[in-house]
Design a binder for this molecule. Structure first.
Ligand code: T3D
Length: 259
């Protein structure tokens, strides 16, 4: 436990729990520092094959802690974004293992941005999304203007960003903002099962798929075909590929080693 963030690692899965429930897990400088530090430690720990990001209590994350923002020594917003929010978003996207957002309650402001930066989003029935930026006269940040139209399309993104529409979990699933909605008490078991599934897969292939899916957002078809070909060339030479093919032909589960 470090300053509003709990980290646990078990069976190849790191679970990061934002843990300031009284403030709906709003992000203080301490939480942001701890989150970036945890992501960097995970990046260096090859035993971790999947990450779950979730929140304690009734919220996923209410974004920037607005009480801290009013302190006299609060840094200017652009400086805070540069120093603390953007490195977190980059660390999430660049991590060569998948991150699952287990969205247990409201995700607002930069809390929604954190969910958007994850590779998979699973919501509890009581989850909801609200960008909340425009009601405090700000623009969506921490990557939200980049992720949102790519995930839900520009029309939905404009509704969410300009009108600050609040989405419940069912609506979020309808527009593709989350891929599954489960009863509240099944959220962590479901996220853990999805993470365990990922842990059993070939890590190099999962890392390459994560990277290619992200790169596809900024490349053309020729670029995507080329990137796929290069990745496939490298993956085709791995022992894990040989093991996957052998396991299929021998009608047994594969045992991937990451080599
Ligand atoms: O550095 C920078 O500022 C740049 C980066 C900016 C990134 C951002 O994230 S800007 C957006 C910041 N977030 C918000 O504006 C959201 C503020 N919160 C809300 O709009 C609502 O709380 C929610 C829609 C998230 C949930 O509403 P509700 O009715 O379920 O809960 P509530 O009663 O409003 O909140 C419960 C408690 O959490 C309450 O404290 P209290 O009265 O019980 O002592 C409330 O003050 C606290 N809380 C909620 N959000 C924040 C917060 N405290 C500090 N900061 C918050 N963001």
């Amino acid at each position: 436990m470090t300053d509003g963030l709990r980290t646990s690692i078990a069976d190849g899965v790191a679970t990061l729990t934002l843990d300031r429930p009284a403030a709906l897990n709003a992000l203080t400088i301490g939480v942001k520092v701890a989150l970036l530090d945890a992501l960097r430690q995970i990046a260096a720990d090859r035993s971790v094959r999947a990450v779950i990001l979730t929140g304690a209590g009734r919220a996923f994350c209410a974004g920037q802690d607005l009480a801290e923002r009013r302190l006299p020594d609060a840094p200017p917003l652009d400086e805070e974004l540069r120093q603390r929010y953007e490195p977190i978003i980059r660390a999430m996207v660049e991590l060569d293992r998948p991150i699952i957002a287990a969205i247990n309650g409201v995700a607002a402001g930069a809390g929604a941005s954190l969910a958007l930066a994850c590779d998979l989003r699973i919501a509890a029935e009581s989850a909801r999304f609200v960008l909340a930026f425009s009601r405090i006269a700000l623009v969506p940040d921490s990557g939200a203007t980049w992720f949102l139209p790519r995930i839900v399309g520009s029309a939905r993104a404009a509704e969410l960003a300009l009108l600050d529409t609040s989405l419940d979990a069912a609506a979020a699933e309808r527009i593709g903002l989350v891929s599954r909605v489960v009863p509240d008490d099944e959220l962590l078991p479901t996220a853990t099962a999805v993470a365990a599934d990922l842990v059993g897969r070939a890590p190099q292939a999962i890392a390459a798929a994560k990277r290619l899916l992200r790169e596809a957002w900024t490349t053309d078809l020729e670029g995507a075909l080329e990137a796929e070909r290069q990745a496939q060339g490298a993956l085709g030479a791995t022992l894990d590929h040989a093991e996957g093919v052998a396991a299929f032909l021998e009608k047994r589960p594969p045992r991937f080693t990451g080599s």
